[in-house]
Design a protein around this ligand. Structure first.
Ligand code: TYD
Length: 136
């Protein structure tokens, strides 16, 4: 059965607060439900630009706004939900097979994506109609 919006999780990471500043961390097998094969990040996004308008067939991912903020709009072919990421100690876990767009990037925002797979062009569905067919 394909994942839906209900399988998305907002994960709260540990936060060590000190007068000298805060520290958060993610450990594989502890805070996220997959083995990390790749990490990439999106930055210097000009105002008004949209990134990530596609779905993955296999990739599971965890998206974190390490700096600044942005919205992740997720669509399972039936429902859409917007998650606003505004804090670096929250991560958005997305199972495979969901259409997701990242938008509303603040100035100097930094989106980091932890991925369960290596980069593979074949894993992408970039056409929305094709995505809807895939979901059927
Ligand atoms: P893409 O995933 O389409 O970016 P976004 O979803 O943020 O809009 O990737 C943009 C380009 O970067 C595309 O040509 C593929 C390439 N790319 C890699 O080479 N390796 C990677 O790990 C990723 C994520 C992208």
């Amino acid at each position: 059965m394909k994942s839906t919006i209900n399988d998305i999780k907002v994960i709260s990471f540990p936060k060590i607060e000190e007068s000298s500043g805060n520290l958060s961390f993610i450990e594989e097998g502890q805070h996220i439900p997959f083995k990390i094969e790749r990490t990439y990040w999106i930055y210097d996004v000009p105002g008004g630009q949209v990134r990530g308008a596609h779905a993955f067939k296999k990739q599971q991912e965890l998206i974190v706004a390490l700096s600044g903020s942005f919205d992740v709009v997720v669509d399972d072919g039936v429902q859409k939900k917007i998650f606003s990421l505004t804090r670096s100690y929250y991560g958005l876990y997305l199972p495979p097979g969901l259409w997701r767009e990242m938008e509303n990037f603040s100035t100097n925002s930094l989106a980091v994506v932890l991925s369960s797979t290596k980069y593979s062009e074949e894993d992408y569905i970039t056409d929305y109609q094709e995505f809807l067919n895939y979901r059927q």
